[in-house]
Design a protein around this ligand. Structure first.
Ligand code: OSB
Ligand code: MG
Length: 371
């Protein structure tokens, strides 16, 4: 049934991480995220923009997201009747790049439409292939190998099914050798966030002996063709993250053998419509996918859980418990994992958790409406 978004509220929130998170492009101590609330038909839908605090993962950051949603994306949606949430992405497709900003708005409309249909979001997007979502963790670069080994042990004891460690030149072969010595049989992978070039091919080939599940985004953020050459030289499967911003690019990468596995992030591809398309393309080619994370607060985390219930999300993702990131999350209950390292789908309409409005208010540093 057609519906209309009458107003969009933007909020910027500030949340300190329990522990800093370090990738090859830098350390994050505190997140600043933009939340999108869409109002219409007497309901609210919620989305979270997954952009970082700086334009280092991709071109987006908190401030660019605020401006894109407020000045370009939301005005295209407000008071424009929509046949379904699938109509949001085409309305903002004239914006070049900025998929995370576009995706935060789009996800909010999916949440609203799910509530309107009285369905949990996972069911509304066509998910529910499994009720228990398998979870892994992403562990940042540490100050010492001993600290890394400790963290891995803690996460394995918590039940997480797969360990991903961040790598960069100088924090790679020797570190992974130590990890494998202590944990010979765990599901283990590395994520380089584009820290290498083809000049490092021998160093990357040295990783082949460690039986990694995959090597995530070793080469440049915008370079699919170099990954073809690298994949041909490696036994370890390459998983692309940064490189794939839409389903078409994913299909090209698959056909060229640039990767054997794909990380799907809701924000990076601009929302649920494109994420579902990418999922379907990968499935048609027999390429497994998993759900990536961007250190999300509860709303983005819950959206990821719904996404990961689509059938081809067959590998454990980077979606894990709220308490690994936050002293207090913005939703109730917090996202929790079972001792088996899974998150259980919830049956409430929409994204499945309640907003903790008091806490949200206390961490909101600006708020603005588009009507
Ligand atoms: O590349 O997957 C990534 C965090 C920030 C930016 C990029 C990435 C990550 C993670 C963390 O790996 C995933 C998470 O725990 O949310
Ligand atoms: Mg990654």
């Amino acid at each position: 049934m057609p519906f209309t978004i009458e107003r969009v509220t933007l909020r910027q929130i500030k949340m300190p991480l329990v522990h800093f998170f370090e990738t090859s492009f830098g350390r994050t101590y505190e997140r600043h995220m933009v939340l999108v609330e869409v109002h219409g038909e007497g309901l609210s839908g919620w989305g979270e923009v997954t952009a970082g605090e700086n334009p280092f993962y991709n071109e987006e950051w908190t401030e660019s997201a605020w401006r894109i949603v407020r000045d370009y994306a939301a005005p295209r949606i407000v008071n424009h009747p929509l046949d379904s949430a699938h109509g949001v992405s085409p309305r903002t497709a004239h914006i070049r790049g900025h998929n995370m900003a576009r995706g935060g708005l789009e996800a909010a409309v999916w949440d609203l439409e799910a509530r309107r249909n009285n369905l949990p979001l996972w069911q509304h997007i066509g998910g529910g292939a499994r009720r228990e979502i398998p979870c892994g963790v992403s562990i940042g670069i540490q100050d010492s190998v001993a600290q890394l080994l400790d963290k891995i042990e803690t996460e394995l004891n918590a039940g997480y099914q797969r360990i991903k460690i961040k790598i960069k030149p100088g924090w790679d072969v020797d570190v992974i050798r130590e990890v494998r010595k202590k944990f010979p049989n765990i599901l283990l992978m590395g994520d380089a966030n584009s820290a290498y070039t083809l000049a490092d091919i021998d160093r990357l080939k040295a990783l082949d002996e460690f039986n990694l599940m995959m090597l995530e985004q070793p080469l440049a953020h915008d370079e699919i063709i170099d990954h073809v050459q690298l994949q041909a030289a490696l036994k370890t499967p390459i998983c692309l993250d940064e490189c794939l911003r839409n389903a078409h690019q994913a299909e090209q990468a698959i056909r060229m053998n640039a990767c054997r596995i794909i990380n799907i992030k809701l924000g990076r591809v601009g929302g649920f419509s494109e994420a579902k398309k990418l999922h379907d393309v990968a499935q048609a080619h027999g390429i497994p996918v998993w759900c990536g994370g961007m250190l999300e607060a509860g709303i983005g985390r819950a959206h990821n859980v719904a996404l990961a219930s689509l059938p081809n999300f067959t590998l454990p993702g980077d979606v894990s418990a709220s308490k690994r990131y936050w002293k207090r999350d913005i939703i109730e209950p917090w996202v929790e994992t079972s001792p088996a390292g899974t998150i259980t789908l919830r049956d409430e309409p929409g994204f499945g958790y309640a907003i903790d409005h008091d806490f949200l208010k206390s961490i909101t540093i600006r708020e603005e409406a588009v009507a």
